[in-house]
Design a protein around this ligand. Structure first.
Ligand SMILES: [Zn+2]
Ligand SMILES: [Zn+2]
Length: 201
């Protein structure tokens, strides 16, 4: 830098050098802001796996790319009509927040999926198995990469619950490894142009 100082450069030039250094810094550090990982889950109601079949259950990749106001749905959602892989795009997202985005709410007393409400009664109850362990209510539990969660409503005993838990897929790992087709700000580095745009806007 010494020779630069000796040049007695015009302030505008110094400013341009500043902007350039700043851009290089932002460009090289930008991708570290991206969060994108996956977890698996199943919801089973009276022995039947609940299927997310509605178009509105899923976020289109085009919607991820479009410039829009940040919404809660951006942080965690489903893609590609795969109803048992949670795509997580932000740090510290809880299971409760994720499920709210796909219109599922729960406590240890009730489970609501869309408009259907199931409450603990007549031997039926809501139970949760997270990574093989029974938990009371994971709504405030932060989703970790490759977590597996079973939400069950019914009269199943512990053995039956474990059996259902084993049916929760283990596909989050593949999604983490592969270039996810549903990369909203992606596991792979964002495109050169996109990064450039993101530096300044
Ligand atoms: Zn994904
Ligand atoms: Zn996404």
């Amino acid at each position: 830098m010494d020779w630069l100082v000796k040049q007695k450069l015009h302030p505008i030039i110094w400013m341009l050098i500043g902007v350039l250094l700043f851009s290089v810094f932002r460009f090289t550090t930008y991708s570290s802001d991206d969060v994108h990982y996956h977890a698996n889950f199943n919801i089973v109601i009276d022995g039947e796996e609940y299927m997310f079949t509605e178009f509105t259950d899923y976020v289109e990749i085009a919607a991820c790319e479009a410039d829009h106001e940040h919404s809660a749905e951006d942080d965690g959602h489903l893609h590609d009509h795969i109803g048992d892989v949670a795509h997580i795009h932000t740090k510290n997202l809880t299971w409760g927040q994720f499920f709210q985005n796909i219109r599922v709410t729960f406590s240890n007393q009730h489970l609501q999926v869309k408009k259907d409400v199931y409450t603990n009664e007549r031997g039926n109850e809501v139970s949760f198995i997270l990574n093989g362990n029974k938990v009371t209510n994971p709504s405030t539990t932060i989703i970790e990469s490759e977590d597996r969660l079973l939400i069950n409503y019914g009269d199943q005993n512990d053995n039956q619950l474990q059996k259902l838990f084993r049916q929760v897929p283990k596909t989050a790992h593949e999604h983490n490894q592969s270039a996810d087709p549903a990369a909203c700000g992606g596991s792979e580095p964002s495109s050169f142009e996109k990064r450039l745009r993101n530096i300044f806007f």
